[in-house]
Design a protein around this ligand. Structure first.
Ligand SMILES: Nc1ncnc2c1ncn2[C@@H]1O[C@H](COP(=O)(O)OP(=O)(O)OP(=O)(O)O)[C@@H](O)[C@H]1O
Ligand SMILES: [Mg+2]
Length: 218
């Protein structure tokens, strides 16, 4: 089976700063890979490259068996990134969660919206109609995740998805990541500083330091 991602000698640089240098990284399909490492070690940079939001300055990225180093929008649609500080659109919770469907020309399906809210532990009866500004930080983060899950992406990239969540909500996110793998075969890459949580959700953990992978285990 093809690897979902195969990175070879991938470098990213911002001005004079080397942010990332991955010699080799392979991500198996349907795996849940945890990424750990100190602030500034390149974790978010790696996720943006895996999301095809940035092109590396050099190196090769293979995705699902194809060289996509120079690929465009087609491949981007198969991958979705929950950023470290997600923002919501100035609309209701249901409007936010269903927005991606609308963009893809699909109907705003109430049932699918409710299902996505359930996956992140938000009762649709009390949340679907709420305006975006009447949410706590942790609720907003979970709404942002539901807006990604509803698209059933091949790859789900989560940048510190539990940073502002309580323990119970963090457990929900873990269950949602595993459900994405079980239900539609998603490959999941998760950045987190919470090592216990990350270990409990991931098949493998890679550690980064100063832009490089230093160790992998699992
Ligand atoms: N857009 C940018 N312009 C310039 N430098 C950047 C940019 N994005 C990231 N960097 C730099 O690249 C390096 C890696 O940053 P990155 O955000 O990937 O780290 P991180 O591991 O996600 O850190 P954190 O745990 O704080 O989120 C850092 O030195 C950072 O200052
Ligand atoms: Mg980061």
């Amino acid at each position: 089976m093809n690897a979902m991602y195969e990175l070879t000698d991938v470098r990213q640089r911002y001005g004079a700063r080397d942010a990332l240098h991955i010699d080799a990284l392979s991500v198996a399909p349907r795996s849940i890979v945890g990424v750990a490492g100190p602030n500034g070690s390149g974790k978010s940079t790696l996720l943006r490259i895996l999301a095809f939001l940035e092109r590396p300055v050099s190196g090769a990225v293979r995705f699902d068996g194809a060289d996509v180093t120079q690929a465009g929008n087609g491949v981007r649609r198969r991958v979705t990134l929950l950023t470290q500080e997600p923002y919501l659109l100035k609309r209701s919770v249901a409007g936010n969660v269903g927005y991606g469907l609308k963009v893809r020309g699909e109907a705003m399906d109430e049932g699918r919206i409710a299902e996505a809210l359930h996956m992140v532990g938000l009762a649709p009866e009390s949340f679907a109609r709420r305006p975006w500004r009447e949410l706590s930080g942790g609720e907003a983060q979970r709404v942002a995740l539901a807006a990604r899950l509803i698209l059933r992406p091949r790859v789900l990239l989560l940048d510190e998805p539990t940073a502002s969540l309580d323990e119970e909500s963090a457990e929900r996110i873990k269950a949602a990541a595993k459900a994405a793998r079980e239900e539609w075969g998603a490959t999941v890459v998760i950045v987190s500083h919470d090592m216990d949580w990350l270990t409990s959700v991931s098949d493998t953990i890679v550690r980064m330091r100063e832009g490089r992978l230093v160790r992998s285990e699992g």
